[in-house]
Design a protein around this ligand. Structure first.
Ligand SMILES: Nc1ncnc2c1ncn2[C@@H]1O[C@H](COP(=O)(O)OP(=O)(O)OP(=O)(O)O)[C@@H](O)[C@H]1O
Ligand SMILES: [Mg+2]
Length: 463
């Protein structure tokens, strides 16, 4: 899957003038990039700070500096910028060292211009992610309440954003939010409230959390002496939410008797405390949420029809994450941003392969599961990109996408021997895993012991 849509980046080329370099520059400019060609190592390094390019491609045969020294200078000047090295003869040791120093990729010449454009496309992912992460704050719905935003750019989330906006500004008194667990129902309820009346009280209760009598006294309060333990009177949540919002989560679990009381409250805007003799008037917005099929509950006599239709005046249906996959990348970068700040890490984003795994997954736990996945990956890993191996096992198994991290580095422009392919796969795996042999072995599907033997046999050992 190529994200060819976004090429508005600055790319530096350090290459001798040739037909190839001109063709590459031409193709990149056509895609929308700003290309700056230079011919010397010094000019290349200068490009990193001024004008601040996003990817640097350098032909090491064309420069007067040693390739690793050049790379070190680049990384010192701008550690985050992807550097792609071209060379006619990359020694395995040099390629490995270059990967360790942070080269994005070492490419052997001759190379087709199209293949080079492909590699640059991959290398731009880091810059794209960063751009996405910095714009995420201004995304679609910026309902701010401490650190919470509703993030999403799918059409359906945009529609929901509009509804939230309208309802928040209106005097609409009831809203019903339906959707699977973890889709963001509570977040939406809070958005409506904080968007409309941020200073007013927001009271919430989960209808399945208490037995009926306790739920009733929590909701409606009681007068002194209403029952044995009622030593003094107490206001319920309905009263405490006056002027603000009462959020009834898991409304499908509300006992029938309380459904009748709730209906009266909604219709009359008044209620009585338990044991009370006079009505209390309130103007409280009621937002109900459920992950159950209320219609089915109604058909089975477990939910009152009149209450159902009263709540359905403003229905919001939040689709499962798998039904709005457009939201996955932006949610992921939002949570990466969030947990970087929270956990003091500096993960740049998802690798393309990890993103594919996520896009192919069915997310039974929806956004909550995505959030937990990113939190775990950031907490446990120290690499700067989240790779497929940082994702839960079941996610990788469920994903049908073959990992392309290795295949891309062993598909050369000219045929190579099997031994060379093996060598490149090992170099790439070691680079991906930051030199960690256990991880590299896992990526290659071989044991650590076998990997060690191969490293030795191929002369890749560092001493
Ligand atoms: N669009 C979104 N943007 C940002 N964060 C989101 C979004 N949707 C959900 N979340 C986050 O995912 C988690 C789950 O959301 P929430 O608690 O609102 O789900 P829910 O639908 O109420 O789930 P449940 O039915 O299990 O109660 C929360 O941490 C929430 O902040
Ligand atoms: Mg909830």
């Amino acid at each position: 899957m190529s994200k060819r849509s976004d090429w508005a980046f600055k790319i530096g080329l350090v290459m001798a003038r040739s037909e190839i370099s001109e063709e590459v520059a031409f193709k990149l400019s056509n895609l929308g990039s700003e290309v700056t060609p230079t011919q010397t190592a010094e000019a290349g390094i200068n490009l990193l700070s001024d004008p601040g390019i996003d990817v640097l491609v350098a032909d090491i045969d064309a420069i007067e500096l040693d390739c690793l020294d050049f790379l070190k200078s680049c990384k010192r000047t701008k550690p985050d910028t992807a550097v792609i090295l071209l060379g006619s003869a990359f020694d395995a040791e040099v390629a490995f060292e270059a990967a360790r120093l942070g080269a994005y990729q070492c490419l052997s010449k001759p190379i087709e211009p199209d293949r080079m454009v492909d590699v640059i496309d991959h290398a731009l992912d880091g810059a794209r992610l960063k751009r996405e992460a910095s714009t995420v704050r201004q995304m679609v719905v910026g309902y701010r309440r401490s650190d919470r935003f509703i993030v999403g750019k799918s059409e359906v989330m945009q529609k929901i954003a509009e509804v939230i906006e309208k309802v928040a500004r209106s005097r609409a008194s009831t809203v019903l939010i339906q959707g699977e667990s973890g889709t963001g129902k509570e977040l939406i309820a809070k958005a409506i409230h904080f968007r409309g009346a941020p200073e007013a009280p927001f009271m919430e209760i989960t209808c399945s959390s208490l037995p009926e009598n306790l739920l009733e006294s929590e909701l409606f309060g009681y007068e002194k002496g209403a029952f044995t333990d009622a030593k003094s009177s107490k206001a319920g949540l309905v009263e405490l939410a006056e002027g603000g919002t009462l959020f009834l989560d898991e409304i499908g679990e509300l006992p029938l008797n309380l459904q009748a009381k709730l209906l009266r409250l909604i219709e009359m805007k008044r209620f009585r405390r338990i044991g009370g003799v006079k009505d209390i008037e309130v103007s409280t917005r009621i937002i109900a949420a459920t992950n159950r099929d209320l219609k089915a509950a109604m058909d089975h006599g477990k939910f009152r029809e009149d209450l159902y239709f009263r709540l359905m005046v403003i229905p919001i249906y939040v689709p499962a994450l798998r039904e709005r996959k457009d939201d996955i990348p932006i949610l992921a970068s939002y949570f990466i941003d969030y947990f970087n700040a929270e956990l003091n890490k500096s993960v740049r984003g998802l690798s393309r392969e990890a993103q594919e795994v996520m896009l192919n997954y069915h997310w039974p736990g929806n956004v909550r599961e995505l959030r937990n996945t990113i939190e775990r990956a950031i907490l446990l890993e120290s690499t700067d990109l989240i790779l497929p191996e940082h994702l839960p096992h079941e996610m990788l198994e469920a994903s049908h996408s073959p990992s392309r991290s290795l295949s891309s580095s062993i598909s050369p422009s000219v045929p190579i021997s099997l031994k060379e392919a093996e060598r490149r796969a090992i170099v790439a795996a070691l680079a991906w895993s930051g030199g960690n042999k256990s991880k590299a072995a896992r990526l290659l599907g071989i044991s650590r012991q076998t990997l060690r033997q191969k490293i030795k046999a191929l002369g890749l050992a560092k001493n």
